[in-house]
Design a binder for this molecule. Structure first.
Ligand code: SF4
Length: 469
């Protein structure tokens, strides 16, 4: 998929009525659940501050914490691998699969494995990967891609999911959610029993103890990490917190922000492979620590984004995401967080359009449980993109002309008056359906509000006059 086609993808999404329906229902529900979950949290602001402090501390001390994490993992009996790139990470996992004679692997939800395209690498090596998170399972069955960080099939209606299951699993069509879930559950149970390897991501790694923490609602994470004889964790190097106390505050805000729950149904802590006398757990535990551009982000203006705990809350409130969905962003991480992360991981030159996929309304910053200032980072990326590759001459000239007019108040007022009158003449019921000329791009997919009858300055003057009299 070419990154320069962002506008094309966004236009396609805006024209898809089913997508619009699915998005508005799901993001609305997730957003209101989040709001009530935080209302019931005592000292919510202080907890968010503590979560931010935990993540910012981890980012500021990343190399020291990574060393501590590695030595604890090794002491616990895990094998640690370092991958600089996606290709290296996939190569390491394929190598582990070879030496453990793995033919089938079950996976719990992992955005990092989407980032590295691990499933394709495993398939090329003759290993069959099976996604076990219900949403990811549907994505895999339909050869689709996830479109939301925590709700991979947010773009599908239950009727569409019913049809995917009917076609791919050869079961009778239904759109009853319980029946669909029961069908997937029965199929996946067989997969857990057959798999040689379990592959998971990590919501957090705790440096002090070498603990991997996974949060899930379906219990599949626990099956993936305990049933197969080999467990591989693929995680980004930024996923660390220093201590169990830091993990505690992060968990308090993660589920509330993601799904509106106080805590997810399963919180799994993995520390070691199976020890003598234990009845379950893998014979081997491998942890693959992936950089893939994170060190580059760490040294730049957007290092703060590495504190993201992937809750997805910023997606649900973003007016851009809510209209175009996740696929339009063109890569693994969608929404406001993706607009910062993707150019950081993959390069600003090719992904320069993404920082513009924002109205800079600030809703993402307001809901972010770790208070990441996404609008600031988007502006920094926009500035860097312009500095690297100046805008077309026509745009520079246009901005210059605007600056010239705006710095002459009388002229500006006169032109604003003419413009306002012209726009008001096009308005119907307070809205303009089509703006003229270049401005028409704005009204391609939405109406434009008609200008008020009086300008702010006129209103201000009138009020002052009224007050004075
Ligand atoms: S940027 Fe903040 S709100 Fe968005 S996914 Fe990350 S932690 Fe959640």
């Amino acid at each position: 998929m070419t990154p320069t086609a962002f506008v094309e993808r966004a236009e396609g999404a805006l024209a898809d009525a089913q997508l619009q329906l699915a998005l508005s229902r799901a993001t609305g529900t997730l957003g209101s659940r989040r709001a009530s979950a935080f209302e019931s949290l005592e000292n919510a602001d202080a907890v968010r501050d503590a979560a931010r402090a935990a993540r910012m501390n981890a980012i500021a001390n990343l190399s020291g914490l990574l060393e501590r994490f590695e030595s604890k993992l090794i002491a616990n009996g895990a094998q640690v691998h370092w991958a600089e790139t996606s290709e290296q990470a996939n190569h390491i996992v394929v190598d582990i699969a070879r030496h453990t004679r793995t033919e089938r692997a079950v996976k719990s939800k992992s955005m990092v494995s989407e980032e590295t395209h691990l499933n394709e690498a495993l398939e090329r090596a003759g290993v069959t990967p099976v996604e076990t998170d219900l949403g990811e399972y549907i994505v895999q069955l339909s050869h689709d891609r996830p479109s939301h960080i925590i709700a991979p099939i947010i773009h599908l209606t239950r009727q569409q999911i019913g049809r995917v299951m009917e076609q791919r699993l050869n079961v009778p069509y239904t759109d009853d959610i319980r029946t669909l879930a029961a069908t997937a559950r029965a199929k996946l149970r067989e997969e857990f029993l057959r798999a040689d390897m379990g592959i998971s991501g990590a919501n957090f790694g705790v440096a002090d103890t070498g603990t991997i923490c996974l949060v899930t609602n379906e219990g599949n994470g626990r099956m993936v990490t305990t049933m197969p004889r080999v467990h591989v964790v693929l995680m980004g190097i930024e996923k660390l917190v220093a201590s169990m106390a830091d993990l505690d505050v992060c968990l308090k805000v993660l589920a509330r922000s993601g799904t509106g729950q106080k805590i997810t149904v399963y919180t799994t802590m993995v520390r070691a492979p199976r020890r003598p006398g234990e009845t379950d757990g893998p014979d081997e535990l491998h942890v693959v620590l992936l950089d893939n551009g994170r060190s580059r982000i760490l040294s730049g203006d957007t290092a703060e984004i590495l504190g993201c705990i992937r809750c997805g809350a910023c997606l649900n409130v973003c007016p851009v995401y809510r209209n175009i969905g996740g696929h339009a962003y063109g890569d693994t991480y969608p929404g406001p967080v993706g607009a910062v992360v993707t150019p950081g991981l993959r390069g600003l030159t090719e992904w320069r359009e993404l920082p513009h996929a924002s109205s800079l309304c600030g809703a993402c910053r307001d809901v972010c449980p770790v208070r990441l200032d996404i609008p600031r980072m988007l502006l920094a990326l926009r500035a860097a993109a312009v500095a690297d590759d100046p805008q077309p001459k026509s745009l520079a000239l246009g901005m210059k002309a605007f600056g010239w007019i705006a710095s002459r108040p009388a002229l500006y007022r006169a032109m604003a008056r003419v413009g306002r009158l012209a726009l008001r003449s096009r308005a119907r019921n307070g809205w303009i359906g089509a703006l003229p000329g270049l401005a028409g791009g704005w009204t391609k997919s939405r109406d434009f509000p008609a200008p008020a009858a009086r300008t702010f300055q006129d209103e201000w003057r009138a009020r002052r006059k009224r007050r004075a009299s």
